[in-house]
Design a protein around this ligand. Structure first.
Ligand code: ADP
Ligand code: ASP
Ligand code: MG
Length: 407
């Protein structure tokens, strides 16, 4: 029998009507002979609402209680969807993450899944039940509820598909597949019939939130057949492929453009330059659990150097405080910062075999009077940091320059 894991995001289960529509869809699939595990998100807006309630109570809510709070969003959806399925004649069962042993580490708000016990799920499936599992949550070895980071239901779905050796994992969302860039920013973006897992991993980690990065990592590791589809209109969606490096001779130069708005940049200037300086500056940032992204260290002049790096905008203030302390202890000159920057990245495996891609990006931005503040490259991507004000224009003009639009 075919075993499918289907995941429905917030908008797809955002109202009672939507939940009923999802139930109709699942019953049809089940009647056509598919065994179904369904992973759902909180109803749209719910997780943000809960975050808002917590911040009304406390500036620094405890991470443990945040996870207890945020996990309730998904618990509402699993119960409602199961009721809708039962009303349609299926003996569906809902489960929280803990109930199906989605075991994670104990890093609250961004826990990693360690293992899943698929036995309970399988035993229900064998009884003809549709199994409905809460996305985004798990339980640590101490029995505490954990959550997997925003967008984490994608990862729950892929991890369950891997654990149950499902035939396919389908991510249903509010767009009908993966596009050359966010179709909400570039209306003439094109849906891709397929994309390599390697490219999707870059796009996701560079800001394309259509799939959580961790879910793509999981899919790649366990070779989970993964497809992104619309829950509103029927269509083939986008298939994630796992072809070997170099096998796609016709790979386009650029497959997609990703961007991230909520970034900030900090520079510590005039640090005495000696071995260990990067460690001395970035060590305390990492100890504060702040993720550093792009880093540039300037060439040393008269024994002094500058170090610039970017962090998520939410971490700008604590970072600034750490650097101001370091100015005193390291004898640096001062700290500068800008929390109105954004990152734009072009991604494509075709870059490996073509030169001049980065230069075309730089020229396009220059022709549009967009100043590049930092550059970072890897084998299949080029990222630039620019003023946030120019973000939409940069994405649109790059999309045009690389001829990514739909025909
Ligand atoms: P869900 O609630 O279903 O998990 P998300 O909001 O997390 O949905 O992800 C879907 C959104 O991702 C789309 O509405 C779209 O705005 C955004 N997105 C960003 N980049 C892309 C892309 N390259 N292709 C498709 N969607 C994208
Ligand atoms: N509800 C969570 C969020 O809004 C998880 C998810 O939707 O994937 O981030
Ligand atoms: Mg999502």
């Amino acid at each position: 029998m075919t075993l499918i894991v289907e995941k429905f995001g917030g908008t797809s289960v955002g109202s009672v009507e939507r939940i009923n529509a999802v139930a109709d869809h699942l019953i049809k699939k089940h009647q056509s002979g598919e065994q179904l595990v369904v992973v759902v998100s909180a109803m749209s807006g719910e997780t943000n609402r809960l975050v808002g309630l917590a911040s009304d109570i406390s500036d620094e809510p405890s991470p443990r209680e945040m996870d207890v709070l945020l996990s309730t969003g998904e618990q509402v959806t699993i119960a409602l969807l199961s009721m809708a399925l039962q009303k349609r004649g299926n003996d569906a069962r809902s489960y929280t993450g803990g109930q199906v042993s989605i075991n994670t580490d104990n890093v609250h708000s961004r826990a990693r899944i360690l293992n899943i016990d698929g036995a309970r799920i399988k035993s229900d499936l064998d009884k003809g039940r549709i199994v409905v599992v809460a996305g985004f949550q798990g339980v640590d070895f101490g029995g505490n509820i954990t959550t997997l980071g925003r967008g984490g239901s994608d990862t729950t779905a892929v991890a369950i598909a891997a654990a149950t050796e499902a035939d396919e994992c389908r991510i249903y969302t509010d767009v009908d597949g993966i596009y050359t860039t966010d179709p909400r920013v570039v209306p003439n973006a094109r849906r891709l019939a397929s994309i390599t897992a390697e490219e999707m991993l870059e796009l996701a980690s560079l800001g394309a939130k259509v799939l959580q990065t961790r879910s793509v990592e999981f899919a790649g590791k366990y070779k989970v057949p993964l497809r992104v589809l619309s829950s509103f209109i029927e269509g083939p969606g986008t298939l994630i492929t796992y072809e070997e490096e170099g096998s796609s001779m016709e790979a386009p130069l650029i497959s997609g453009i990703a961007f991230q708005r909520d970034e900030a940049k900090l520079t510590i200037r005039g640090i005495p330059d000696h071995p260990g300086i990067a460690h001395q500056v970035l060590g305390p940032i990492s100890d504060a659990h702040i993720n550093v992204d792009v880093i540039i260290q300037n060439a040393s002049a008269k024994g002094l150097t500058d170090l610039t790096f970017t962090v998520p905008r939410a971490d700008y203030k604590p970072c600034m405080e750490i650097l101001n302390q370091l100015v005193l202890t390291l004898g640096a000159r001062d700290v500068r910062g800008d929390d109105q920057i954004a990152k734009v990245s072009i991604v494509g495996v075709g870059m490996r075999s073509h030169i001049g891609v980065a230069n075309k990006m730089f020229k396009t931005l220059a022709d549009n009077n967009i100043n590049i503040q930092m550059i970072s490259t890897s084998e299949i991507k080029v990222s630039v940091i620019i003023d946030e004000e120019h973000l939409e224009k940069a994405v649109q003009t790059l999309h045009d320059a690389f001829e990514l639009e739909s025909a």
